[in-house]
Design a protein around this ligand. Structure first.
Ligand SMILES: [Zn+2]
Length: 108
């Protein structure tokens, strides 16, 4: 059965703009206080959202304001782990342009 549901809007924790879920990346803090990046958007727990604007992702990675988003103390290691999960996802998603700067041509 199909239901035409209105897309719920969620706020990006970085720019504070509202987006539909499909335009957001979700970070979840579950009942056990575990923090993880949730690419499916379906994991149980409280979510914090970052829009898919690369600027926001970048700002978030520099300064993850998750404690504010979750109104809880967040373990630093957990934040680091989420950041790397997010970074990896973004790299795959956007196939980050590799500039000549990061050229890793080996010289023999
Ligand atoms: Zn944003």
């Amino acid at each position: 059965m199909k239901k035409e549901k209105k897309q719920p809007m969620r706020q990006c924790v970085v720019c504070r703009e509202k987006f539909t879920k499909r335009d957001l990346l979700r970070i979840v803090r579950n009942a056990d206080g575990e923090l993880f990046f949730d690419p499916t958007g379906k994991a149980a727990g409280r979510g914090a959202y970052i829009c898919k604007n690369p600027d926001c992702a970048e700002k978030f990675l520099k300064r993850p304001n998750l404690e504010r988003a979750f109104r809880a103390n967040i373990d630093k290691d957990a934040v680091e782990s989420v950041k790397s999960q997010l970074q990896k996802y973004l790299e795959e998603e956007y196939t980050v342009k590799k500039n000549s700067e990061s050229g890793d041509t080996e010289m023999n």
